[in-house]
Design a protein around this ligand. Structure first.
Ligand SMILES: Nc1ncnc2c1ncn2[C@@H]1O[C@H](COP(=O)(O)OP(=O)(O)OP(=O)(O)O)[C@@H](O)[C@H]1O
Length: 309
């Protein structure tokens, strides 16, 4: 049985189609990342998969249960940590977990050991008496995760779980996710961070409600045609404009203080760029061929889509 299967899953809000004909199959034990920018349709997809929102068209099955017709039974088997996961700031860590244990009807006699384990697992044992409102951002997310796991779900849905969390806590959070994966939990995570997408077994790129690409990160990278030159300069914008104007066949994107130039692989382009920059008096700190990142792949896929539309 698949963990998740969707067939033409679609959601419309009036004139707007937030998710368009999504076809997706996710195996049990997979760590799947749904990646897209704000408004791409990630939350809407997740709400349909967790049975919170009915689709306008199409179907989805999670652990064999139909998400619209069997929503109530499904909710018992899944964990869902939404973007605005409901923690109670005036309650302590322990009281919040107990609150969710009540919601899921976990009998008192089974709770102690389970809660201790979740606290240890999320490194929250020393803070169990602290009010949730006084936890750091990273700890709040870990508490949210502990609450979403109280009923030992077989599949976990996480909507941008590390948004706004510092890099160290993010790494910590991901360590916990790998541990869960090791225990056989299927994880479906929505994220806008491409370094997090790279940690997934498989990644789906969603843009304006459409799934544009879906594969393992390495395979997505190998789809990328041509090769990439990284141009390091303190004048990224004028350099980007110059390259676009002079070499219309290449594509250029900005990555902080660097430019990534997607070329057809020919060797002369680096020399041409150097010469163009020298002529315009633009400072060049370095130019070298690099391996494409997931970000390059997505910029390239999105670029192709925008051209088509
Ligand atoms: N209840 C709603 N009514 C009307 N439009 C909605 C509703 N929910 C979402 N939308 C619209 O659907 C589109 C997809 O939104 P969605 O929240 O799924 O995106 P997202 O990828 O999760 O982005 P974010 O990270 O910003 O939540 C957006 O244009 C959003 O404004």
């Amino acid at each position: 049985m698949d963990a998740i299967r969707t067939d033409n899953l679609t959601k419309r809000f009036g004139q707007l189609t937030a998710v368009t004909g999504l076809n997706l199959t996710i195996a049990q034990g997979e760590l799947f990342g749904l990646v897209g920018s704000d408004g791409a349709g990630k939350t809407t997809t997740m709400r349909m998969l967790t049975g919170i929102m009915d689709p306008s068209a199409g179907d989805a099955w999670v652990l064999g249960r139909h998400t619209a017709r069997e929503a109530e039974a499904l909710k018992e088997e899944i964990g869902y940590m939404s973007q605005r996961f409901g923690l109670y700031p005036d309650l302590t860590v322990m009281e919040n977990i107990n609150f969710y244990a009540d919601i899921y009807g976990i009998p008192q006699k089974n709770r102690g050991e389970r809660i201790d384990r979740l606290l240890a697992f999320s490194n929250l044992t020393p803070f169990k008496k602290r009010q949730a409102g006084n936890l750091s951002g990273g700890m709040k997310q870990k508490l949210g995760l502990a609450c979403a796991l109280i009923h030992t779900p077989r599949i976990l849905f996480l909507d941008e779980p590390t948004n706004g969390v510092d890099p160290v806590s993010r790494r910590d959070f991901w360590r916990i996710l790998y541990q869960l994966l090791h225990e056989g939990v299927t994880i479906f995570v929505a994220t806008a961070y491409l370094d997090e997408a790279d940690r997934c077994n498989r990644v789906g790129l969603i843009h304006k409600g459409q799934l544009l690409a879906c594969d393992a990160p390495d395979r997505l990278r190998s789809l990328m045609h041509g090769s990439i030159l990284e141009v390091q300069t303190s004048a990224t914008r004028p350099t980007a404009i110059l390259i676009r104007r002079s070499l219309p066949a290449v594509s250029v994107s900005l990555f902080g203080d660097r430019l990534h130039v997607v070329t057809d692989g020919s060797r002369e382009i680096a020399a041409t760029i150097e010469a163009l920059m020298a002529k315009e008096g633009l400072p060049l700190a370095g130019i070298r061929a690099i391996e494409p990142s997931l970000e390059d792949v997505f910029v390239s896929v999105l670029g192709a889509t925008e051209q088509d539309s």
